[in-house]
Design a protein around this ligand. Structure first.
Ligand SMILES: Cc1ncc(COP(=O)(O)O)c(C=O)c1O
Length: 427
């Protein structure tokens, strides 16, 4: 189908405003591994999509889904061995206090459950988040988007500036002192919850601050923030929707940033495209939530979700993808580090495993965000056969977040394309 005509039909059928990547959008018809193909048969290396974590068109996952759908798929009000076995396997992969799960169909729903759970457990309403967070799009969870930046704080939702070594809230401090400065903002926000009588239910935070822009964190920030929240009687909710399932080279982002959550939320790559998400916590927290809500979600906790989720875990373990993430992530990071040396507009490369970002700035000294160039980089990379997109709190990051099955050849072709795009856009 001709892309111009398809775009017109899309505008009518989905409405203008349904977001598309790139100034010249691409039409995709097929995917395999870390590659996707457009309507002309042109191949692109996918350096953006984390949902097909074990690869586009993964046959093992597709077969498991297909077999389950042909065998049985029902709602959660029946005993099913596959669902129980999946929850048990997830628990075994987490820190010991994450024992039981409530399944949902999106990251938004998983976070919605987590926020309700924290409020029920503590009897308090106040929830703390970072000021450049995104945790989902419902009425409740949408209240945690960019709080204190594009959305005002409220009685029940307060934010703290996301910790960042690249653009710190106070310049000239050592790492420990800078961590203290950020922790002080958390302490103040907690105090405001207490003063207003709302009280602290908890903190909801992406374990690696993915949407904020994958900042490098000052000295033990996460462990110290988690301790501060717990000391004040709150619960720590780790949003693992982007960070989880091996993305950082660890199973969970909280392992990479060094803290233990009371509640975790999982999503995106969990079913390699089948909508499955979960909220995990201690058995006590989960049972308290269940006893107070009669919670039910039609498509969730189904044999189909469990089959997809199990198959994804099988592939991650069978193909040793955590090792792959660490090895190829290191190769990419080293390559990018070399490519930004001496370039005025490429200020920083950071990240973990197969989640890297390159910061695009007007100049290295001022570190002023340059969203124009940052948008031009993915456009140029797309022309060169590599898919990325701009991201981060200032929309100045080239976000590099490929499927976990990426090969060394894919990574090498990315670095070649990046060098050309760098010369053309940031030269
Ligand atoms: C960290 C994080 N949490 C939650 C969500 C929401 O997930 P979903 O779009 O599946 O509702 C997102 C989506 O981008 C996310 O990045």
């Amino acid at each position: 189908m001709d892309s111009t005509r398809l775009l017109r039909r899309r505008e009518k059928s989905l409405g203008v405003g349904a977001e598309l990547f790139y100034s010249q959008p691409i039409q995709l018809v097929r995917g395999q591994g870390a590659h996707v193909f457009d309507e002309t048969g042109r191949r692109y290396v996918d350096f953006y999509n984390n949902v097909p974590a074990v690869g586009h068109g993964n046959a093992y996952v597709a077969d498991a889904i297909s077999l389950q759908q042909r065998t049985l798929n029902v709602n959660s009000r029946y005993l099913h061995e596959g669902v129980v076995a999946y929850a048990e396997r997830l628990a075994a992969l987490h820190c010991p206090n994450i024992e039981s799960f409530i399944f949902s169909c999106s990251g938004t729903e998983a976070n919605d459950v987590a926020i309700q759970m924290a409020r029920m457990a503590t009897g308090k309403r106040g929830v703390l988040c970072s000021n450049a967070a995104y945790h989902g799009n419902s009425d409740l969870v949408g209240r945690f988007t960019n709080v204190g930046r594009t959305q005002p704080e409220s009685e029940e939702v307060r934010s703290f500036p996301f910790p960042d070594l690249y653009r710190p809230i106070t310049v000239g401090l050592g790492e420990e002192e800078l961590a203290d400065a950020y922790l002080e903002t958390i302490r103040k926000a907690i105090a405001r919850f207490e003063t207003s009588g709302v009280g602290l239910a908890g903190m909801l935070v992406c374990s690696i601050f993915a949407n904020e822009g994958m900042p490098n964190l000052p000295g033990h920030f996460m462990a110290r923030a988690a301790a501060m929240v717990r000391d004040a009687g709150g619960l720590v909710i780790a949003d693992e929707v982007q960070a989880g399932f091996g993305r950082t080279g660890h199973w969970w982002g909280y392992e990479a940033t060094g803290f233990q959550p009371d509640i975790v939320t999982l999503g995106k790559p969990m079913g390699n495209g089948v909508p499955v998400s979960a909220t995990g916590a201690s058995r006590g927290l989960i049972e308290r939530f269940r006893s107070k809500t009669d919670h039910f979600n039609t498509f969730a906790s189904s044999p189909l979700q469990a089959a997809a989720g199990m198959a994804v875990l099988d592939v991650i373990e069978r193909d040793e993808l955590l090792d792959n993430v660490r090895r190829i992530g290191r190769f990419l990071k080293d390559g990018l580090d070399q490519l930004v040396v001496g370039n005025q507009h490429l200020g920083d490369v950071r990240g973990r495993g197969l989640f890297l970002v390159v910061e695009v700035v007007t100049d290295r000294e001022s570190r002023t965000p340059d969203p124009g160039r940052a948008a031009a980089m993915p456009d140029r990379l797309k022309e060169l056969g590599v898919l990325t997109a701009p991201a981060g709190a200032y929309k100045t990051l080239v976000k590099v977040r490929p499927p976990l099955v990426l090969t060394t050849d894919d990574a090498a072709s990315f670095l070649k394309a990046f060098e050309v795009a760098r010369n053309d856009v940031c030269g």
